[in-house]
Design a binder for this molecule. Structure first.
Ligand code: ATP
Length: 505
């Protein structure tokens, strides 16, 4: 097991131990790829959603919110293309009975070749020492060139199979590359089949008469079908956006990596409607603005990167992902897509209703173009939670686990701790709680020695602890302990509201 695997296990265990995330239906042995947010998890998650809503809706005059239903008319998913094309290619191994995504097996194979390249580079670095020129080495080393050539060839074949929907070709690739099942180690593969990721259900009490409904696999379609309602009732002028936070459901074939890939998850999406021809300008604008939002949490910039799509969906004319360095490597956190007029045109066609906008500035009616920003709440949670998790060795040799969450996202901002459970200290501490609790999430804790209570607050990410001691009764001062550097300072009780107003913005 690598250090990173080990770290990830610790993060998952920590999330459970402190009430952030539990496996769903645990007393019934769980439900695959479904999770529940516990008493602290729900606070952190709500704070993430609030931060997004505030930055997108509250701070933009021309973006409004929406909360559309999860159930929608079945034809919506025909129009959007999800019934026909929201598929993953799956393949089973007959010996292990395990199911895989064919594209992921091929990607994992490519990752192994990339590892070989990195090993060559490391060898080179050791051999040449200070004079090592990595760029030149990558461009000229024979082994590296051969590996890269292999990768390019696989990419090309793979893209060709996917574009032509050639499932036999995909299987042949898996056989030709000698890919074995990680579980059984054999090449005893079934054919590749397409698998639709939408969950279907029925509406109505008489099953025979009922229509098949789908649990929405994204929140975006609820925005498109309400485009005219919002535009007209809100007298919105282009360019404008509609934002929505809500649950989405995907029957993922392989759901691994904790809350990174779930079957029930939450999205925060914004569709920005623009005049045709200006879409690439807006695409670049949102690409930059969304990265700035991530950076505003204070997580180092080197943990984020753009991944521009070379192969675009047929309706898109630009697309990029913001990737985050999760404990298991760089992976997609948010997608920014220039979707042209595809969605509104399709809904016009399927509904028979004209979904257009009259632009009084140029005296013209048109179908607006759309820039979409689409981010998973749960992936954002995982990014922030895993980045905040630290084990520190203290001067006295002991270990402290600290969750250095951005202050504005922490479930509790302040803990109030009477030093001992007597002499009127609990009563004084409760008074302080009542002064602060209208403005901030405050926790009162009197159980165990003060050192253990500090550790517990560190582990759940509380940025400030207030300790009430015997001096407090004499001079109305308390100690404030800071989570990240463990420094303590003495502050007058009457100064606490202004102190925290300054610190917690
Ligand atoms: P992936 O390639 O990882 O499956 P995707 O490209 O299908 O993701 P989108 O359809 O662009 O994802 O969805 C937008 C966002 O929704 C993603 O960036 C991600 O944060 C989130 N998301 C998508 N699928 C899941 C899932 N199964 N579990 C958790 N979050 C998800």
């Amino acid at each position: 097991m690598t250090n990173q695997d080990d770290l990830f296990k610790k993060i998952v265990a920590h999330a459970k131990e402190y009430g952030f995330i539990f496996p769903s239906s645990e007393i019934y042995d769980g439900l695959a790829a479904v999770y529940d947010y516990g008493q602290l998890g729900v606070e952190l998650k709500n704070n993430i959603k609030q931060a997004w809503w505030r930055s997108m809706v509250q701070l933009h005059e021309n973006i409004v919110g929406l909360d559309s239903a999860i159930f929608m008319h079945p034809r919506i998913w025909k129009a959007s293309g999800h019934v026909d094309a929201f598929n993953d290619p799956l393949i089973d191994n007959r010996d292990s009975k395990k199911r895989y995504r064919a594209d992921v097996l091929i990607e994992d194979h490519i990752a192994k070749i990339e590892d070989k390249i990195e090993k060559e580079v490391e060898k080179g670095r050791k051999r040449f020492g200070d004079s090592f020129n990595e760029k030149q080495f990558r461009a000229t080393n024979q082994r590296v060139i051969e590996h890269q050539h292999q990768i390019d060839e696989i990419h090309e074949k793979y893209a060709d199979c996917m574009n032509r929907n050639d499932l036999d070709g995909l299987k042949q690739m898996i056989l030709d590359l000698g890919i074995v099942c990680p579980r059984s180690g054999t090449r005893n593969w079934t054919d590749v089949r397409q698998f639709n990721l939408m969950f279907a259900t029925k509406m109505g009490s008489v099953i025979d008469d009922s229509d098949t409904l789908y649990l929405r696999p994204e929140t975006a379609q609820g925005i498109f079908v309400n485009f005219l309602n919002v535009q007209k009732s809100g007298r919105m002028k282009i360019p404008f956006g509609i934002a929505q936070i809500g649950k989405a459901f995907r029957n993922e074939i392989v759901a691994r990596q904790f809350i990174f890939r779930m079957r029930e998850f939450e999205q925060m999406e914004m569709q920005f409607f623009v005049r045709p021809g200006t879409e690439l300008e807006w695409f670049n604008h949102w690409k930059e603005e969304r990265l700035q939002w991530h950076l505003s949490f204070g997580i180092p910039a080197e943990n984020y990167r753009y991944h521009d799509h070379e192969k675009l969906a047929h309706y898109a004319n630009a697309a990029t992902d913001i990737e985050f360095r999760f404990p298991f490597g760089f992976k997609e956190l948010e997608g920014i897509h220039s979707r042209t007029d595809y969605d509104l045109s399709r809904h016009s066609e399927f509904s028979g209703k004209k979904l257009q906008y009259f632009d009084s500035e140029i005296n013209e009616s048109y179908t607006p173009y759309v820039i979409e920003t689409s981010i998973g709440v749960d992936r954002t949670f995982l990014a922030i939670f895993s980045n905040s998790f630290k084990e520190e060795k203290l001067e006295d040799g002991s270990l402290r686990t600290v969750l250095s969450l951005p202050v504005r996202l922490a479930p509790y901002k302040i803990a109030v701790l009477p030093l001992v459970k007597k002499d009127g200290l609990p009563e004084k501490a409760r008074e302080i709680v009542s002064i602060l609790k209208n403005d901030w999430m405050v926790q009162y804790d009197e159980k165990d020695a003060i050192g253990r209570r500090y550790r517990r607050q560190d582990a759940i990410g509380t940025p400030y602890c207030i300790t009430v001691d015997n001096n407090t009764l004499d001079d109305e001062t308390v100690t404030i302990r800071h989570r990240d550097n463990m420094l303590q300072e003495r502050v007058n009780i009457s100064q606490l509201p202004s102190f925290f107003r300054e610190k917690i913005k």
